[in-house]
Design a binder for this molecule. Structure first.
Ligand code: HAM
Length: 433
């Protein structure tokens, strides 16, 4: 019986693994460059943790299980609740501000589609303990820093920024009851995926008021904060959330990433815990889903039984990013394939065991080295194997080895040199190898 892979999962063959590692390596480097420290948590948590604050949408997508002790658990669909739990646990001893990053493997029982799977990797960066829009700017700057480092320009991607605070103030102003906010956020977040008719119908169901429905439709079409304030009856020059957005925009310009950023009132975010600045990165032209999303979640630590501590951060999945990078031809060819410093080939049939000794010594010196499992097949077949394995150089064990010498063949230039093996081993290993 042939067993297929589970729907929405991926098998990582070596060439896929090379891309995954390259993406994750870039995330980690960008995090470290921007002053973040790495953390991780368990792959499953109590189901209730997600029920408390992630919002209905994510709870419906949980892979959950009951353990032998009858405890209800869920595989993590995101790491932000784990982060809040971990920080709360050691809140008094952790130096603040906390700037942490993580690259968890996550599972969501979503309908698999382009860029959305049931298992994926997600880069998270979060800053905890800073009640200043500067922290939101740092999160956005780090995100852009990574995108820039892999060759995505402001003509490829844009950070679209808005404010949940502004939206909440506006909703109150136009008469939406507070208990409707969370379900409205999920609906507004989905507006681009729904037909205009369905969106209007759903809005009517939730609010039951045509004037509110019309205003929310206009809001989702608005392109500036000024326009959004007018629709929601807010004064852009006095409203604190509008002022905060303007200040953030100013910092981002000063940091030199202004070209990548646009204030965009139709960004809402689906998760329930956001409280202030929210943002998503989208490709500028095209129909891919969001590349990343994040924002401020000032109440989450308190909601999880900790003190009131402000927090902000973002999560970027590997799926949409990889599709985009492939489309733009931005995945370097050089990351593919095995990386081998030396391939040790046998030229004298009496020296088979010496090949094993040489390979073992090379490896313990820190070089990557392989040899043929069929050394008696002849030198040319072994050299072919060496180039198939991307070996930079080939060490040939022939007659010279009887006096301690090896022949080193450069696989790119074809040049050969004879050197004493013990002297070669005693010399310092070049840093590029
Ligand atoms: P999120 O919007 O649910 O936010 O996910 C953030 C990103 O994760 C998405 O933009 C996408 O790149 C990726 N993603 C989400 N679901 C899937 C999926 N099914 N398949 C592939 N990629 C996916 C969060 O998770 C927040 N916890 C982020 C955050 C961190 N906010 C503050 N700190």
């Amino acid at each position: 019986m042939k067993i297929p892979p589970v729907k929405g999962t991926r098998d990582f063959y070596p060439q896929d693994m090379a891309v995954r590692n390259w993406i994750i390596d870039g995330w980690k480097k960008a995090s470290i460059r921007n002053g973040f420290e790495e953390y991780d948590g368990p792959i499953f948590e109590y189901l209730d943790m997600y029920r408390i604050k992630s919002g209905d949408e994510i709870v419906q997508q949980l892979f959950s299980l009951t353990d032998r002790g009858g405890r209800e658990l869920a595989i993590r669909p995101e790491i932000t609740p784990t982060l809040a739990r971990m920080v709360n646990q050691q809140i008094n001893s952790l130096p603040k501000p906390i700037k942490w990053f993580s690259v968890p493997r996550l599972c969501r029982a979503e309908r698999p589609q382009k860029g959305r799977l049931r298992e994926f990797f997600q880069w998270n960066i979060d800053i905890i303990g800073v009640d200043d829009v500067l922290a939101d700017a740092e999160v956005i700057f780090t995100t852009v820093d990574y995108l820039q480092s892999i060759g995505l320009t402001h003509r490829d991607v844009q950070v679209k920024i808005s404010s949940r605070k502004l939206l909440a103030e506006g909703l109150r102003n136009i008469g939406v009851p507070e208990d409707k906010f969370n379900s409205l956020y999920i609906l507004l977040d989905k507006h681009a995926k729904l037909s205009p008719e369905t969106f209007k119908e759903e809005l009517s169901k939730q609010t039951g008021d045509t004037s509110i429905v019309d205003k929310l439709i206009m809001l989702m079409r608005s392109t500036t904060i000024l326009e959004a304030c007018n629709i929601l009856g807010l004064n852009p020059n006095a409203d604190p959330a509008a002022q905060e957005l303007a200040h953030l925009d100013d910092i981002l310009q000063t940091m030199g990433v202004g070209q990548y950023c646009t204030l965009c009132p139709s960004i809402v975010r689906g998760l329930a815990y956001y409280t202030g600045i929210v943002f998503e990165v989208h490709e500028l032209f095209g129909s891919l889903r969001a590349i990343c999303g994040g924002g401020r979640f000032d109440n989450l630590l308190h909601d999880f039984g900790g003190p009131s501590i402000p927090a902000t951060g973002m999560g970027m999945g590997d799926c949409v990013l990889e599709i985009l990078l492939r489309e733009r031809g931005l995945i370097p060819e050089a990351i593919m394939g095995r990386k081998l410093d030396y391939f040790v080939a046998l030229a004298d049939k009496t020296l088979t065991k010496e090949v094993y000794t040489v390979v073992a010594k090379l490896r313990s010196k820190g070089y990557s080295a392989n040899f043929s499992y069929k050394p008696l097949s002849g030198l040319s077949k072994q050299l072919k194997e060496a180039s198939e394995q991307n070996a930079k150089k080939c060490i040939i064990i022939g007659d010279e080895f009887k006096t301690g010498d090896i022949v080193i063949k450069d696989m790119t230039t074809g040049q050969q040199q004879t050197v004493n093996f013990e002297e070669f081993l005693a010399s310092p290993k070049p840093s590029s190898q």
